[in-house]
Design a protein around this ligand. Structure first.
Ligand code: OGA
Ligand code: MN
Length: 288
């Protein structure tokens, strides 16, 4: 096996891994290098891959149990743990109409800064996104490192923020975009949940946890809470805390949801095809 290299990006976080082919069997040593790079660099990139859905799932499962996506139309066929991140309809293979409600919820819900599954009681640990069809223009994914951003705040401010609890709710995300509520049954399954504004990683780092699914700040007047969240998001998404991934077909990008925000950048939704496959590693337990 060629030597595996971890090459940090210039942005201050993120690293590219070289010398690894995930369509081949993976040694424990190679996995340990990847996992170490993930824990240290937060966003890990591997280019020029060509692996199957089963290999995507098998690799992802090494990091922990995967989240299951309930709607078959959103799944890669036969793989309930692979989410199609796409403007292409699975069954017709045609570009979806932009006003299709399910599609809209997804495209709008990923188009602004968010953290995957922050509206679940147990939010996700990491996501692995694999590029299959990439538009010629636009459609980059931007990442903000919210641990770096938090560390850059004055100590007194950090201490204040650590006391704050935020309610996350996917229905609030839908309301933001004028989308109708989902069925009572779904809402009961995924009720609003409290999350700490500052989450703690196993290595002791602390990170801001907010984004689109953050509905409101607990025990704070709405206006004040909304201003707090939008000010912190503006702070954390300044260029010095961000990396923007320009996709090529065959890229795999894994990011740490415990200390990042991310968003899909615009592309021609009705003009260019975009298909990526996402697996999501479930977190280990509730944060509060
Ligand atoms: C996601 C997501 C961003 C993108 O899959 O969780 O937010 O660029 N995707 O598609
Ligand atoms: Mn996302």
């Amino acid at each position: 096996m060629a030597a595996i290299e971890v090459r940090p990006l210039d942005q201050g976080f993120g690293a590219e891994i070289l010398g690894l082919d995930l369509s081949k069997s993976l040694s424990q040593e190679a996995f340990d290098i990847w996992n170490g790079a993930f824990e240290e660099h937060t966003v890990v990139i591997l280019r020029d891959q060509d692996f199957t859905e089963a290999q995507h799932v098998a690799f992802s499962e090494k990091f922990g149990p995967l989240e299951v996506f309930t709607d078959p139309k959103d799944q890669a066929r036969g793989f309930p743990t692979i989410l199609r991140v796409s403007n292409v309809d699975r069954d017709t293979n045609e570009i979806k109409p932009v006003d299709d409600l399910g599609h809209k919820s997804f495209t709008l819900g990923t188009s602004d800064w968010h953290t995957d599954s922050s509206y679940k009681r147990v939010m996700s640990k990491a996501s692995l996104l694999y590029g299959i069809e990439i538009p010629t223009r636009g459609g980059d994914t931007a990442f903000s490192n919210t641990a770096m951003a938090f560390a850059a705040l004055p100590e007194k401010r950090r201490e204040e923020l650590k006391q704050i609890v935020v309610i996350h709710d996917f229905e609030a995300t839908r309301r933001r975009f004028g989308l109708p509520p989902r069925s009572e049954e779904i809402r009961r399954k995924v009720p609003p949940v409290p999350q700490p504004l500052v989450s703690k990683l196993p290595d002791g780092r602390e990170a801001l946890l907010m984004g689109l699914h953050a509905s409101h700040v607990e025990n704070m007047p709405r206006k004040e809470g909304d201003a707090l969240l939008s000010d912190l998001t503006a702070f954390a998404t300044q260029p010095q805390f961000c990396y923007r991934h320009k996709w090529r077909k065959g890229d795999l990008v894994m990011w740490d949801n415990r200390c990042t925000l991310h968003r899909a950048m615009p592309y021609e939704l009705e003009g260019e095809r975009r298909l990526l496959h996402r697996t999501t590693i479930a977190g280990e337990g509730p944060l509060i």
